[in-house]
Design a protein around this ligand. Structure first.
Ligand code: DGT
Ligand code: CA
Ligand code: CA
Ligand code: ZN
Length: 599
């Protein structure tokens, strides 16, 4: 599928259109959109054998632009050139895009390279250079064509594509397919929020919300389910099929309509009478497994619960169920938070009155894993700190990459100079404590970057795996446990190192790792970036049985990433976490006590 230009701007002032890379419909800030275009330009330059230096310049600019806190649309030429890594010619391209809706130089490259060739770079381990070879030497212009070529042995004899590479590609395609056509939580949530905002404004709409797996905060969703309550469904249906993102109407009915976005994401709209809102929302939130249980309970109570409402079986009359609270109460249950609705024990816990009070975004008092432009972040330390303070945090840790990640070129001197700056910023914004930390690299044996003398100078150390992802389970387990046993390591960062749809989690005896975390007072991180969400909800739930503490961090590399904690909180909720289990909900004194303990 070829890229089509921007198709509309949502009420929230966001761009919506197909992502040029995945083809998925997405809703983005203009900055992200322009960032994606510059990234595409860099990829296409690389695929066409362009100058490597120029490619890197565009890659850097893409990240800078996407992470720039001010809206691009409001900047003049000088303002654009003020963005780090944006020079004169890139600023001109951005201006061209903002005023005409396209970039001529990009269009020229697009005309030369089928979009499927760039999609090849979605296959893990396949970069633009290899994609170019596949296209030019074998005419491979899509992931499917690559798959067929491998199976047919057509890559044999192609320089750089030996047996090992072929095996990696086969595995990479498998990972890509497993991700299927499911859409990341972050993308779906923004799209759903914009649809809900548009529909809620339609006259006669009493309520509107998204339901389904999205409301349950699953890490990926198959489709988006939107529910509305109105006595006049026709107006809502018309508004829905008239949305700019409604590329195709799959099914149109009086109360149910499904559309497909240009990128193939399905959005279902169901309209119900306001008095049925609670029953309908309960039904369409799911999960299916949870609903089977609630329906059984209804049957035992002489009730019938369905997508059409709540009924008294004996009299056949409809029971008003305007809220979910009422529905659950009729079933003899407390309201169950959507992230728990998977029939994994929530019904039993509810019946016993033992549902956890889940951690909420408002409980977070700080962020303990963030980056600045001293390593691979985009914003300066003062900008990140100011943005954190604006979120109302009472503490904030800066954790730039340690030197083991060679490309970051970290040095002791740079770290110590940053520490001086951190001390100066400490307490300057509404008393917010600024902590100096680092993200250490766990080497294959479980060691970390610096000797204890240097580590002792940090307020907090996150330790993460950034290399050697394919060690066998026994070695990986030893590696992770040894990192936990380091008295200066307080948080295990993105513990499984997975990238959703791109890299499988590392293999380890997780119960042994979680037990070591509990024993050594090491918190497990829930990294909130939407393509990580690591630990996953399943692992969180398993870990909490060991009495482990958690940290819900943004892993922000730019100001807008600070807000990703909402996805991490969703994952924590699916893992049944309460606020007390999450160290960055604690008051600052308790947190600092935790950081200093075990040293
Ligand atoms: P997804 O879209 O694959 O990420 O997952 P869901 O959970 O959003 O599933 P979806 O979109 O097929 O249906 C939305 C909700 O509607 C689902 O969570 C529960 C309800 N539902 C759908 N089909 C059935 C069914 O056959 N039985 C019951 N009890 N509920 C259903
Ligand atoms: Ca769904
Ligand atoms: Ca659906
Ligand atoms: Zn990391």
């Amino acid at each position: 599928m070829r890229y089509r230009p921007a198709t509309g701007v949502t009420r929230a002032g966001l761009y919506q259109g197909p992502s040029p890379l995945t083809g998925y419909w997405c809703v983005m800030r203009v900055n992200d959109e322009v960032g994606a275009l510059l990234e595409e330009y860099a990829d296409l330059l690389a695929i066409t054998g362009g100058d490597a230096f120029k490619v890197r310049v565009y890659e850097k600019a893409a990240r800078s632009v996407a992470g720039h806190p001010a809206d691009l649309a409001g900047l003049d030429a000088a303002g654009l050139r003020g963005i780090p890594n944006v020079g004169k010619s890139i600023a001109a391209k951005i201006e061209e895009y903002l005023s005409t809706g396209s970039i001529h130089a990009l269009e020229e490259l697009r005309a030369r390279i089928p979009v499927g060739v760039r999609q090849l770079t979605l296959v893990p381990t396949l970069g633009p250079k290899k994609a170019m070879v596949l296209y030019h030497e074998r005419g491979i212009d899509s992931v499917e064509a690559l798959s067929e070529a491998i199976e047919a042995g057509h890559l044999h004899g192609l320089p750089g594509f030996g047996a090992r590479t072929e095996e990696n590609l086969r595995h990479g395609i498998e990972i890509l397919h497993k991700a299927g056509r499911r859409v990341p939580l972050g993308t779906a949530l923004e799209l759903a929020e914009s649809v809900v905002a548009d529909l809620a404004a339609v006259p006669g709409c009493a309520r509107c919300a998204f339901a389904g797996s999205l409301r349950r905060m699953r890490e990926t969703v198959g489709d988006v389910d939107v529910l509305a309550a109105s006595g006049r469904p026709a107006a809502l249906m018309a508004a829905f099929t008239g949305l700019p993102l409604a590329e195709q109407v799959i099914a149109a009915g009086d109360t149910k309509t499904s559309i497909r976005t240009g990128a193939g994401l399905q959005v279902d709209l169901r309209v119900v009478p306001p008095e049925d809102w609670g029953a309908a929302l309960q039904y369409f939130t799911g999960s299916k497994a949870h609903n089977i249980r609630t329906r059984e309970i209804a049957v035992h109570a002489g009730l019938k619960l369905s997508e059409y409402g709540l009924f008294d079986v004996a009299t056949g009359t409809k029971i008003v169920s305007a809220t979910e609270d009422e529905v659950y109460a009729r079933l003899g249950l407390p309201w169950i938070p959507p992230p728990l609705r998977e029939d994994t024990g929530e019904i039993e816990a509810a019946l016993r009155g033992e549902l956890p009070v889940l951690v909420a975004e408002a409980d977070l008092r700080g962020d303990l894993h963030t980056h600045t432009d001293l390593s691979d972040g985009l914003a300066s330390l003062p900008d990140m700190v100011a943005a954190a303070a604006a979120r109302g945090y009472s503490y904030y840790a800066v954790t730039d990459h340690a030197p083991g990640l060679a490309m970051q070129r970290m040095t002791d001197e740079k770290m110590l100079a940053q520490r001086e700056q951190v001390r100066e910023l400490d307490g300057r914004h509404n008393g917010m404590r600024v902590l100096h930390g680092t993200e250490l690299n766990i080497d294959p044996d479980g060691g970390v970057d610096w000797p204890t003398g240097f580590l002792a100078g940090f307020d907090v150390c996150v330790a993460s795996i950034h290399s050697h992802f394919d060690q066998p389970a026994a070695a990986m387990t030893r590696r992770l446990i040894r990192a936990c046993e380091n008295p200066f390591v307080t948080i295990l960062g993105h513990p499984s190192a997975r990238l959703i749809g791109r890299r499988a989690p590392v293999d380890a005896d997780w119960d042994a790792v979680f037990a070591a975390c509990a024993r050594t007072g090491t918190a497990l991180e829930i990294d909130s970036l939407p393509d990580r969400l690591d630990l996953s909800a399943g692992h969180v739930r398993r870990a909490r049985r060991h009495g482990v503490r958690f940290a819900i961090d943004s892993d922000a590399h730019a100001v807008p990433h600070l807000a990703c904690t909402r996805y991490g909180v969703g994952t924590a909720q699916r893992g049944w976490l309460t606020a007390d289990e999450v160290i960055n909900t604690w008051p600052v004194d308790r947190l600092i006590g935790f950081l200093r303990a075990n040293r």
